[in-house]
Ligand binder design. Structure first.
Ligand SMILES: Cc1cc2nc3c(=O)[nH]c(=O)nc-3n(C[C@H](O)[C@H](O)[C@H](O)COP(=O)(O)OP(=O)(O)OC[C@H]3O[C@@H](n4cnc5c(N)ncnc54)[C@H](O)[C@@H]3O)c2cc1C
Length: 386
């Protein structure tokens, strides 16, 4: 049993592992070529109750703790494609959990229940062409008009953007800065909502990433999540879970890459012996394993604080920073042992290598993680400083 996980988590892990081996891993290349995870997978996971793990039981969720989400991420990663967990978690964790946390009962009934069932797919729309890390600078504006919000603006790099049935959208309803932000759920059939390009990416091919636009887009006033002006707080609360998901993806990816490198190092012969017969590779993979274990431990600590509702912004940022940056370094080492094969698209290691590039960017870049660590540790203005 993994540290911190109970017998019930492990039972869930066993079912999920069998499912991933049987129904996901064999089809991953097909989904990477199609640049999307099929709708049928969302329905299947929803029917099994695995999309609504953390959502309210009154709205079709499982009411489970975050460790179940951690198991979901770890086991989905065994399919070898980061795009698959990115797409599933962008829906279940990023787009839907925030509605479940802050939305009215009416809104939850309309969006959380079908999302948990996998009948409606969600996306989270925060990033804009002119504002990414600086969330407080975003410009998409929503103005009240009678019983509606009228939204104008654009979003980019949105996971599930092309396939989403609803987008949990960050908008400006007030003045400049963080206090002027709100979250509004925009159904994909709302008048004035349009999808732009499906973006071609270096990696994470199985997850679709798109541009979105809002031109006098009308949605009912009831689609506001929480209070007007409360969007920034909800986004930041959501980021905690999102960053843990990315840290978990990076940890699972490192473990996969390390195992692949060890297998190849045992099998591949050069100069009359296996590559792992050379001490240089034993040492490089020994260093790599120490890094994997360190990232796991840091992530486990952050999860532990998060599930106990302890202050965890700093620890989560450290886990995300360390795990994703280490995954990038380790990807290079592990791909190198494959020689030319590590550069071929047909090789799982090559795909893991290029997928790892997204992890230090999504859900807050490494620079933003360092900013948070600096603030929460008294290095810069914030807690602990005079
Ligand atoms: C695969 C993928 C999927 C994504 N999915 C989603 C999604 O579903 N929803 C969504 O809303 N967004 C999504 N994003 C967008 C992602 O969250 C942003 O790309 C990220 O937050 C960075 O914003 P930016 O790209 O605008 O970069 P910028 O904010 O313009 O930053 C550019 C560079 O400057 C650095 N920088 C910025 N400010 C500072 C500073 N103060 N100090 C030092 N360095 C700084 C950054 O760290 C970065 O290296 C996705 C991105 C990717 C790659």
């Amino acid at each position: 049993m993994e540290a911190g996980f109970g017998e019930e988590h492990e039972m869930f892990r066993r079912s999920l592992r069998a499912f991933v081996e049987r129904e996901i891993a064999p089809r991953v290349l097909e989904w990477e070529a199609a640049s999307e995870v099929p709708r049928a997978l969302f329905r299947r996971l929803g029917a099994l109750g695995w999309l609504g793990l953390r959502l309210s039981p009154e709205h079709g969720g499982g009411g489970c703790d975050f460790r179940y989400t951690a198991v979901l991420v770890q086991e989905l990663m065994r399919c070898g494609s980061i795009g698959v967990p990115v797409s599933i978690l962008a829906h279940a964790e990023f787009a839907t959990k925030v509605i479940d946390r802050g939305g009215s009962e009416e809104l939850k009934a309309e969006f959380v229940r079908p999302a948990a069932a996998g009948e409606r797919i969600g996306a989270l729309g925060v990033t804009e062409p002119d504002a990414g890390s600086d969330v407080g600078a975003l410009r998409t504006r929503a103005v009240r008009d009678g019983g509606d919000w009228v939204i104008n603006g654009a979003k980019t790099f949105i996971s599930n953007g092309s396939i989403a049935d609803f987008v949990t959208t960050a908008v400006r309803t007030g003045g400049p800065g963080n206090a002027g932000l709100s979250l509004i759920v925009v159904p994909a059939d709302a008048p004035g909502f349009a999808r732009g390009r499906r973006l071609k990416k270096l990696g994470t091919h199985a997850s679709d990433t798109a541009e979105l636009s809002f031109q006098d887009c009308r949605v009912p006033a009831r689609n506001l999540v929480g209070a007007e002006g409360g969007g920034f707080k909800l986004i930041m609360q959501g980021f905690e879970g999102e960053r843990l998901v990315l840290a978990l993806i990076a940890c699972a990816q490192m473990r996969l890459m390390w195992e692949e490198a060890r297998r190849y190092g045992r099998e591949r012969q050069a100069f009359g012996r296996p590559l792992l017969g050379f001490q240089v590779w034993q040492h490089r993979l020994a260093d790599a394993l120490a890094s994997v274990e360190a990232a796991d431990a840091l992530t486990e600590r952050a999860i532990d604080l998060y599930v106990r509702s302890e202050p965890c912004n700093g620890p989560i940022s450290m886990a995300k920073l360390f795990a994703t940056e280490t995954a990038l370094d380790l990807a290079r080492t592990c791909a190198q042992i494959f020689g030319g094969m590590g550069y071929m698209e047909e090789c799982r290691m090559a795909r893991l290598y290029r997928d790892s590039l997204a992890l230090t960017i999504g859900a807050g870049t490494s620079e933003m993680m360092r900013e948070i660590i600096a603030r929460t540790s008294g290095l810069a203005g914030g807690e602990g400083n005079p």
